[in-house]
Design a protein around this ligand. Structure first.
Ligand code: GAR
Length: 204
């Protein structure tokens, strides 16, 4: 099976990027990360990419007159490397129409809560403060809303009485590192079909 070419957009630490790169290197998914792009020049994700021998590119929005112009540059880099699937991994920006047009239902995001609950920033902390008994994480296709696209996979974790917000975030992150590579795997195998709001997982 030929490897699906994945481009990752990341703004920070890059642990989800690492999970996808590891799954690829270990031959667990028929996909390879071919380029990592960050909007932050000091993102640790860039170092993780370079250590893995993967091209890391910084595209800083401040250098462009508009979001469209910035995204056109991002698209140019993605296309240069033949990217077929874009994975947002801790990419702390709303995606605009330029990227969406080129990668409709070909762009995924991971969110640290059980969407549609607690979208936006700090989903783990929001859930902890709200006092829910369970939270988790969601991988979804990206649409023009904030964390609103069709849901691909979710994982649930309990919130324990003694948890701090950080404890909960760590428990959720562990699951993120499992379901994100799995969502990429399903996509790469052609097993995801978007029907309206729903994502069908085609059985083998
Ligand atoms: C992850 O917890 C991810 O779910 C979250 O940012 C973190 C990035 O960590 N994303 C969002 O909150 C998006 N709304 P990472 O850089 O170590 O993968």
């Amino acid at each position: 099976m030929s490897l699906l070419k994945v481009g990752v957009l990341a703004s920070g630490r890059g642990s989800n990027l690492q999970a996808i790169m590891d799954a690829s290197r270990e031959g667990k998914i028929p996909a390879e990360v071919v380029v990592v792009i960050s909007d932050q020049g000091d993102a640790y994700a860039l170092e993780r990419a370079r250590s893995a021998g993967i091209t890391a590119v910084v595209v800083e929005p401040a250098g462009f007159p508009s979001r469209e112009a910035y995204e056109e540059q991002v698209v140019a880099v993605l296309q240069k490397y033949g990217v077929e699937l874009v994975c947002l991994a801790g990419y702390m920006r709303l995606v605009g129409r330029v990227l969406l047009k080129v990668y409709p239902n070909k762009m995924m995001n991971i969110h640290p809560a059980l969407l549609p609950a607690f979208p936006g920033l700090h989903g783990q902390q929001q859930a902890w403060e709200y006092g829910v008994r369970y939270s988790g994480c969601t991988v979804h296709f990206v649409d023009d809303g904030m964390d609103t696209g069709p849901i691909i996979l979710q994982a649930v974790v309990p919130v324990l009485p003694e948890d701090t917000g950080d404890d909960l975030a760590a428990r959720i992150l562990e699951q993120e590192h499992i379901i994100y590579p799995e969502a990429v795997n399903l996509f790469a195998r052609g097993r995801l079909e978007v029907v309206g709001r729903k994502v069908m997982i085609i059985q083998n």
